[in-house]
Design a protein around this ligand. Structure first.
Ligand SMILES: Cc1cc2nc3c(=O)[nH]c(=O)nc-3n(C[C@H](O)[C@H](O)[C@H](O)COP(=O)(O)O)c2cc1C
Length: 167
């Protein structure tokens, strides 16, 4: 119970300290290591450290304010056609995002997932701001940096949710 899965919490306050490029690269590689339906690997990423862009993202959703003060944010996007969007798109990118969040902890950093897709108003704001081409869907934003707070472990295990052989 001492691995990154159990240490991970959403971190929303960051130190004013830059994140090393090697760490960002390993975090992105972890995302690309995720499983995906038919091994489609449909993910793409925009790394954001420009303050004007971070300020813009911070007001795109009521719950994205932390982006303004996070040293880095990663926008996760997915290539899609209609069929893949309706079926496996969100699951592929969800697996990718969780890998990223766990590698963030492995690197001694903290991060927070902010949902954008399937709120199409928020998705459009991201797409316009970052000049995202047709056929690429912004999925979510992950703020990250050195954490101001310790990750506090919460035991969420509840074995009453587990069923064997039938519900
Ligand atoms: C799909 C999704 C969307 C989320 N969107 C936001 C968000 O917009 N802003 C935010 O501060 N946290 C967001 N979170 C983080 C959750 O609030 C957080 O994971 C949850 O409260 C559990 O806390 P923990 O991550 O510290 O374990 C999101 C999480 C998920 C999985």
């Amino acid at each position: 119970m001492d691995n990154v899965i159990f240490k991970r919490r959403s971190i929303r306050r960051f130190l004013d300290k830059p994140v090393e490029k090697e760490k960002i690269e390993r975090i992105l590689k972890a995302g690309m290591q995720a499983p995906s339906a038919h091994n489609n690997q449909r993910w793409e990423f925009i790394v954001v450290d420009d303050q004007a862009k971070k300020d813009a993202v911070s007001i795109m959703s009521p719950w994205s304010g932390m982006v303004a003060k996070a040293p880095i944010s990663i926008i996760v996007l997915g290539k899609h056609n209609d069929e893949s969007l309706n079926n496996w798109f969100a699951q592929d990118l969800g697996a990718c995002v969780e890998n990223i969040l766990l590698q963030i902890v492995e690197e001694g950093l903290g991060g927070c997932w902010m949902g954008f897709y399937p709120d199409m108003d928020r998705v459009k704001m991201l797409a316009d701001c970052f000049e995202v081409p047709e056929g690429i869907m912004p999925f979510c934003v992950i703020a990250l940096g050195y954490s101001e707070d310790e990750n506090r472990f919460i035991d969420r295990s509840d074995m009453s949710k587990v069923h064997y052989n039938k519900y």
